[in-house]
Design a binder for this molecule. Sequence first.
Ligand code: BES
Ligand code: ZN
Ligand code: ZN
Length: 512
Amino acid sequence: MKTNIVSTATGKANVSALFFVKKSVQFSNVLSENAEKQVESVLNGMEDGPFEDLELLEIDGQSTLFVNAAKERGLSSLDHLRMAAFRLAKKACKRQIPVVSIMLADAAPEQFKSILLGLHYADYKFDAYKSKQKEAFQVTFELVAGEHTAEFKKIAEEVAVENKAIVLAKNLINTSSSDLTPAEFVENANTIAKYTPGLSIKVRNMKQLEKEGFMGHVTVGKGSSHEPYMITLSYDGSKSSKKSAKNARTSADHLVFVGKGLTFDTGGLCLKPPKSMPEMISDMSGAATVLAAIQAIATLELPIKVSTVCCLAENAIGNKSVLPGDIFTAKNGKTVMVDNTDAEGRLVLSDGLAEAGLIGATHIVDLATLTGAMVRALGYAVAGFFSNDDALALNVINCGEACCEKFWSMPLEEEYADALKDHFADLKNTGSDAGAIAAALFLQEFVPEDTAWTHWDIAGTAFVNKAWKYTEYGATGFGVQTLIELARRMSSVASEDAANEDTDGEYVAVEA
Ligand code: BES
Ligand code: ZN
Ligand code: ZN
């Protein structure tokens, strides 16, 4: 797919596309009077809903596709616009229409962005393992932006960066585990750091992890022939000259993303049942998502300091595997009894959270395909999240909404905290029957003091077993956009604060 943002009146494409909601056409102020009348009569001629997309109709001598962008049950109008754009792109490809112009002259910037993302999503396919790669028909979309042309061109550049990150995350997640070992993941991260200006990387191998006391990684990873790694990527945009200009942020905020990176999770000696195992290729979704997000944030040169910690290991069975009942000392000094070897994500994350503290995080977001309980509670459309900070929690919800990613706030219920206590050790890695909450409470034990923290359990949302919205079977890329948006909003609040010169260094939540 190619996109071309133009400011012509009607576009010169073979086919035009018009979005409509119920009986009214959207973004149409570039239509001629004659075309407007014809469109009106087409839409008025429709029965009262449910409205379908309309195939090619002749409007003012121009073949036109009518795309239904009405809000659907459960989806925001922004999300439906994205879906409509996805359907349009699929249709144009199937019908082999080389150039389609889309009338977007009076679209709002966020509507334009959503449509563009829908077109990009339609372009994604993961066929690395197919014996024959199908040559996809290439469609050029001419986005008729009227007087918004310059503004929309800039948005399109940003969307391309975000899409590249989403594609990176999806490709990593969809790659099978023998091909994406922890060492291979490190290779990918090294390449990204090398080609992304401003991004630095530090990698710890098994020996270094053990030496420095990151025993969560060692405990989980030692049963595998593929050694565990911890990657720390850093980007300091707080001194960025491009975007922050004279309103440069002066406060010491440091946003750190921590991702669970189990390149495969067999469950260890507490073996998973065969049915739920193949999906465990996606158990490194958290790490892939945070890697992708920092790549985009650095490329966009957002004026904020961001780091990413990827906690990589393979939870395998071997003669060195951790045994149920084993006790290890975590990086923060707390001792942990491994009650269930399948609850491994929280063990590597204890190190990731410690590392976030060591590098000076003021805000931590951890992402993990952590519990089956979260899948059962909220399914694939909504991610449950936890937070120890109300302003950060509100920001997560708002950023998610702006990105068409749904978040639901879950409680860090103290009544269940005692269930984590062990007879011999300080803690064990299982707790109350409320499995997602138990895991979050466990993580909270390792959050550095005085740090705003949010934990996103993306077990349900990272990977879908059937096509959903604008995603085919497999990785969804969930979280990449919300992380970028969070960094964007935190940096713009900082810049505004700096401009107003009344900042006390506190970060305040912004309404979407
Ligand atoms: N990786 C799984 C969680 C998971 C389940 C992710 C389904 C994606 C889809 C995690 O490591 C796990 O196995 N958690 C256990 C914890 C339990 C043993 C306390 C679970 O949720 O069953
Ligand atoms: Zn597990
Ligand atoms: Zn796991």
